[in-house]
Design a protein around this ligand. Structure first.
Ligand code: GTP
Length: 608
């Protein structure tokens, strides 16, 4: 296929606006999958339980289609993008392999927070945008209203909008035509030019290891070619090459402009850096601009409920990270929870997905600590240190401390919500330390009774990773949509809160809190500990402290537990047996100072 018959494009949309359904329809119309396989995409993509439960796609799928139009055969490469805010950075990478994008908007719901963020990413990359209104078959669809919304929000000419129903297939043929007619072909390049392959995604195959998805920017790649990564400088030999149609179909080569897969004995996904440029060994090229490694923003410790399960847990984590390049892993040991791992994730959804996969696919019984974001400590001598574990946070700050300033990551957030929930959303933002709040009406000029508002603010990331999303959905009856992007670091008044049992700190429970929330958080945790911790043989003070200052306290009254009470004096053997049993029970206990805690108690304390 020569460049002029190739089109590389993506579908970009807010969650649930019908991306997978439209992709299915396009694959079906072009004969890439046949009708009885309809829903195949959904089934493949939704195979993880967590994806099914949340109804979202985490792993993207890319496919090449062949379509005849005006007597010519075109090669249409659909480059799929992951559909969640946690992965917005990956969306931006995938789009670097395209010349155009279908901006899909649900005709009953209208423009949502992620419609706006993905639109801007596509625009910045200079892509041709084809606006598509989906779900026009729905009785609640308001195509004219939403079209004018798209005009006012994106500056899109309503005459350019294609109206479709991805469900029934109505109008989808016109989408294929528009892809061919409106999106420019990839830049021309000769097969003799130096090889420049852009790596935009990777898959993991249990037998062959990592499969990289690439877009050939120039030159030509063949099986047996020796290639190298601009980023890691590692060298590989191509053992298999081909296109996704929609599964892997080997071809002898990949030509300029094409999108396809290569297998080259990469062992772990972390070797396939998204955004990397591959070149022929001995023929270095200028890497594609804008490469940055994916950055973990949410960290948590993962420990086995039964400490002796650690080797098995570690092995399971290792296997899972083979398939998910963006999770970072470090060993961690806690005096309260024993041996574990500290993992870094792109966001909280990513963390939930990982946790659920550990539980479902590897049958792991785990305790996961409260999530924390990476904080920046600026020392008086100017040194800057990032920490992702509350135990590394200084006990006291201020005069006498070597740390001059603490900074926390913040994000630029936008929320789109119907007018009647505006007050609730303002409250939500205020209670999560929002700054620079501003808002405007989204549906200017329309006389619709249900106007929607877009609310922008700067939020600390630590506020977003707790309960923000659940509250946003709950307090808006599910109508609010939310998106955020990285906005750097900001000075903040934070301290480490530690919980003491009988005067001894429990390391795994340490958290970092903002001054404004200290009392509330301290009281809530102490209360929770009070209900979860079993009573001991002595009175047990439970305290939340910052430095030396006690923020909250509860006292757990004592019980006297005599397992031999009620046994007759003569039954010596029986008495011994009971004492033995009690000892066995003790083994599963964690000893913190003088306090015995069953490991399960931590599970109850730390579960959401
Ligand atoms: P993510 O994978 O989470 O990004 O969602 P998505 O954008 O891929 O949405 P998906 O294709 O899974 O569609 C979401 C829901 O909308 C599904 O229940 C679809 O059946 C439904 N849907 C998609 N297109 C149409 C349409 O044209 N009409 C109607 N009535 N429903 C549709």
């Amino acid at each position: 296929y020569a460049c002029d018959v190739i089109r590389n494009f993506s579908i970009i949309a807010h969650i649930d606006h019908g991306k997978s359904t439209l992709a299915d329809r396009l694959l079906e119309l072009t004969g890439t999958i046949n009708k009885k396989e309809v829903g195949r995409n959904m089934q493949v993509l939704d195979k993880l339980k967590v994806e099914r439960e949340r109804g979202i796609t985490v792993k993207a799928q890319t496919a090449s289609m062949i379509h005849q139009y005006a007597d010519r055969n075109y090669l249409l490469n659909l480059i799929d993008t992951p559909g969640h805010v946690d992965f917005s950075w990956e969306v931006s990478r995938s789009l670097a392999a395209c010349q155009g994008a279908l901006l899909l908007v649900d005709a009953s719901q209208g423009v949502q927070a992620q419609s706006i963020s993905v639109f801007h990413i596509a625009k910045e990359r200079g892509l041709t945008i084809i606006p598509v209104l989906n779900k026009i078959d729905l009785p609640a669809a308001q195509p004219e209203l939403i079209a004018s919304q798209m005009e006012s929000t994106f500056g899109i000419n309503p005459a350019d909008i294609i109206s479709i129903s991805a469900k029934t297939g109505k109008g989808v043929e016109a989408v294929l035509q528009a892809v061919i007619e409106r999106i420019p072909p990839p830049p021309q390049s000769g097969p003799k030019d130096p090889v420049k392959a852009f790596l935009f995604d990777s898959l993991y195959d249990r037998y062959r290891g990592v499969i990289s998805l690439v877009n050939i920017q120039s030159g030509m790649l063949q099986k047996g070619d020796r290639i190298a990564s601009c980023h890691t400088r590692k060298k590989y030999e191509i053992t298999d090459i081909g296109i996704m149609h929609p599964e892997e179909v080997p071809t002898s080569s990949l030509h300029p402009g094409q999108v396809g897969y290569i297998a080259c004995n990469m062992k772990v996904s972390s070797e396939a850096h998204i955004g990397d440029t591959l070149h022929r060994v001995g023929e270095p090229v200028e890497p594609m601009p804008g490469f940055k490694p994916s950055k973990a923003m949410v960290f948590a410790g993962i420990f086995p409920i039964d400490s002796s399960d650690f080797p098995k847990l570690e092995e399971s984590i290792k296997r899972l990270t083979l398939t998910d390049r963006s999770v970072t892993v470090q060993r961690e040991s806690s005096s309260a929870l024993g041996q574990g791992c500290r993992l870094g994730f792109l966001g909280t959804l990513h963390m939930d997905v990982f946790r659920q996969r550990l539980e479902d696919e590897y049958d792991a019984n785990i305790i996961i600590t409260a999530p924390t974001v990476p904080y920046k400590l600026i020392y008086r001598d100017g040194k800057e240190v990032f920490i992702s574990n509350p135990t590394e946070f200084p006990d006291v700050l201020g005069v006498g401390s070597k740390v001059a300033e603490v900074q926390e990551p913040v994000v630029k957030a936008s929320i789109i919500v119907p007018e009647e929930y505006f007050g609730e959303m303002m409250d939500l933002c205020h209670s999560h330390r929002a700054e620079e709040l501003d808002h405007r009406y989204l549906d200017t000029g329309s006389d619709s009774s249900s106007s929607r508002i877009i609310l922008n603010c700067v939020l600390p990331l630590s506020e977003v990773v707790t309960d923000f999303f659940d509250q946003l959905k709950g307090r808006s009856s599910g109508f609010a949509s939310f998106d955020y992007e990285d906005a750097g670091y900001q000075k903040s008044d934070l301290s480490k809160m530690v919980f003491l049992l009988n005067g001894k700190p429990v390391d795994a429970l340490a958290i970092i809190v903002h001054k404004s929330a200290q009392d509330k958080v301290g009281r809530a945790w102490v209360k929770k500990l009070h209900t979860v911790i079993p009573r001991q043989l002595f009175e047990l003070p439970i305290q939340a402290v910052i430095g030396k200052k006690v923020i909250a306290r509860e006292t757990l009254s004592a019980i006297r537990k005599d397992v031999t009470a009620g046994l007759y004096g003569g039954h010596y053997e029986r008495k011994m047996k009971h004492l033995e049993n009690q000892k066995e029970g003790k083994k599963r206990m964690k000893r913190i100072g003088t306090v015995d805690l069953p490991q399960e108690a931590f599970f109850d304390i730390l579960k959401k």
